[in-house]
Design a protein around this ligand. Structure first.
Ligand SMILES: [Zn+2]
Length: 231
């Protein structure tokens, strides 16, 4: 997980997203807003979302299917960082979009979300329940790390000497930084075995290329010395 270069959408597309969003915001109750937000895919097969997808891809190393969470090359989904089932007011908001693989988005994260409550800073899981009457969440900052807004490597480090798992940088389990790193790894399943194996393969390939480069440089230098002596 790496920090992303944040880009903006064209004003025409931002305006159209605002029109879509206003239809949700105008609903009378929170439950009605959630119901309409759940139909957001009805609007995604048009030029606005073509631009959304292209812009998100260009923000993530320009690789067609790079997942903004796990960096695997299997992205297919426009993902709402803050779930639309909790925050219907962010359903058609550009800043709330990421591009993610189904392993991170559907299988792992889903509708799970947690915040540090503004009032007392307590960690609270606000994942929706089956309750028929829903109420808006209390105010608070996300626990999940957002690669569009912050550098994940401030919180996470990769164990390149053994497991190839991500782990929190700080060891202070009571700190917010530890909780954010731990929650992010857990909620996205960042240490899935397939991901760890891919990271090891990429790392071994890099070391191999580096060794071959150094070897070639040494051979070039030896050849150069022999040539100088023979002049
Ligand atoms: Zn992913």
């Amino acid at each position: 997980m790496i920090g992303l270069e944040n880009k903006s959408l064209s004003q025409a597309s931002l305006n159209q997203l605002a029109v879509y969003q206003s239809a949700i915001d105008e609903k009378r109750t929170y439950t009605e807003q959630i119901e309409l937000a759940g139909k957001w895919r009805d609007k995604t097969n048009n030029r606005i979302f073509k631009e959304v997808k292209e812009k998100l891809i260009s923000m993530c190393t320009n690789r067609t299917q790079r997942c903004m969470y796990c960096e695997d090359s299997a992205s297919t989904d426009i993902e709402h960082f803050a779930p639309k089932s909790i925050y219907p007011n962010l359903t058609f908001v550009w800043d709330n979009y990421l591009y993610a693989c189904s392993g991170c988005n559907s299988s792992s994260k889903g509708n799970k979300f947690a915040i540090f409550r503004t009032k007392d800073g307590v960690f609270e899981d606000i994942t929706p329940t089956k309750a028929t009457v829903r109420v808006p969440p209390v105010a608070g900052n996300p626990v999940l790390i957002n690669p569009r807004e912050e550098d994940p490597l401030h919180f996470l480090e990769l164990d390149i000497l053994g497991s190839f798992y991500f782990r929190p940088i700080t060891k202070n389990e009571a700190s917010k930084d530890f909780k954010r790193a731990d929650y992010t790894i857990d909620i996205l399943g960042l240490n899935r075995e397939s991901l760890a194996a891919s990271r090891k393969e990429a790392f071994d390939d890099y070391i191999d290329r580096l060794s071959r480069y150094k070897e070639r440089r040494n051979n070039d230098n030896v050849g150069c010395c022999i040539k100088e002596r023979s002049i």
